[in-house]
Design a protein around this ligand. Structure first.
Ligand SMILES: Cc1cc2nc3c(=O)[nH]c(=O)nc-3n(C[C@H](O)[C@H](O)[C@H](O)COP(=O)(O)O)c2cc1C
Length: 342
């Protein structure tokens, strides 16, 4: 029996299978940051392809939190209608929809704003990166509210799940690492204080909305004295205690050079998902160079994770799951209009 193709319960939701489309920025929004025809077609195609859970790309909670000028946003009520149309498309083809709420922090390349960060340390001395402004406590409080308001708009748009982007060296991850957070106030210094912002935002979103919350983490920073898998396990325990449902386990992204990065090979990040799942007893999503159905089945069978994300594979081939359905004689899972192609 296929584990990958069997349903999964997440809080009160049932995902029809365990295949996830992870968030992938398409840099296709106009300056208004609204969902447009490209996004509707792009996500609908993956929903038609049978993906159980679609996580919509990094969506900014405020204008200066965009990675680029072409990111999606949810900082304004004017953004809700486009997201609602996108969710409707996903649902029409049987996929559940999550949105990744994000703040780019010091990695923002927006030309209309100065990036912000826990400390005034640039990601790079080269363009397009700029030296960030170190956030004051008042500004941090405003950003927390921005995340909650964006989550409320996501709920209004009909999303099933919110994913919080605390990976890849964007704002929330910058707070976690001693290398990017040199603050001496309540948000810097000890492990507890560096974790405070992501825990508080998680808690606030969970209190304000009825949506299950997934947090995406970089399990390891791949640099000496940086954030480690042991730190991720400890943070996952904290997030679980505030009610976070699942950890989406990625890695890296906080530094231009990552000397301790493991070789890029299939499943190279999956062991982190297993470690966090085991040590923190919290469900995980594995991601990173997973391209084959057999790999996903193995990861589930050997309890590395609860869901499996296929990123670039879904960009190459939105219908790759239908080959698995065909191989297992489950032709009912293939979009009927495409049956003659399989
Ligand atoms: C085009 C592209 C855009 C991406 N954008 C995001 C993003 O918005 N948020 C995020 O957390 N990760 C992002 N990622 C990382 C993916 O979610 C995923 O973790 C990565 O591609 C590894 O998985 P894969 O080997 O299956 O592609 C992006 C990756 C790609 C290729």
């Amino acid at each position: 029996m296929s584990r990958l193709l069997s349903p999964y319960r997440l809080a009160d939701l049932t995902l029809k299978n365990r295949v996830v489309m992870p968030p992938m920025c398409m840099y296709k929004a106009d300056i208004d940051a609204c969902v447009n025809d490209f996004h509707l077609a792009h996500y609908a195609a993956r929903a038609i392809g049978g993906v159980g859970l679609i996580v919509v790309e990094a969506t900014a909670v405020e204008p200066r939190g965009r990675i680029s000028m072409r990111d999606l946003g949810l900082w304004d009520d004017a953004h809700i209608a486009g997201h609602a149309a996108l969710v409707k498309q996903c649902h029409a083809y049987g996929a559940k929809a999550a949105v990744q709420l994000a703040h780019a922090g010091r990695k923002s390349t927006c030309t209309v704003s100065i990036p912000v960060a826990p400390s005034a340390l640039p990601f790079s001395s080269d363009a397009p990166f700029q030296r960030p402004h170190a956030l004051s406590l008042e500004e941090i409080a405003e950003i927390k509210v921005r995340f909650v308001h964006a989550a409320l708009r996501a709920e209004k748009a009909g999303y099933d799940i919110v994913e919080l982007h605390a990976a890849h060296g964007y704002l929330l991850f910058e707070f976690l690492s001693l290398l990017t957070n040199t603050r001496t106030d309540v948000y810097g210094g000890s492990f507890e204080k560096r974790c405070a912002l992501v825990c508080e935002i998680s808690q606030d979103i969970l209190q304000a909305t009825r949506l299950p919350l997934v947090v995406r983490l970089s399990a390891d920073e791949w640099i000496e004295n940086g954030w480690t898998i042991a730190d991720s396990e400890a943070l996952a325990l904290k997030l679980k205690s505030v009610g976070v449902s699942m950890i989406h386990v990625s890695a890296g992204g906080n530094h231009e050079s990552q000397p301790l990065m493991p070789p890029l090979k299939p499943l190279y990040q999956a062991a982190y998902a297993k470690e966090i799942r085991t040590k923190a007893s919290i469900p995980t999503i594995a991601v990173g160079l997973i391209t084959r159905v057999e790999e996903g089945e193995m990861l589930l069978e050997e309890e590395f994770c609860d869901l499996v994300a296929y990123g670039r594979e879904l960009l190459r081939n939105p219908n790759f799951l239908f080959y698995a359905a065909k191989a297992q004689g489950k032709t009912s899972l293939i979009e009927p209009s495409y049956l003659r192609a399989f």
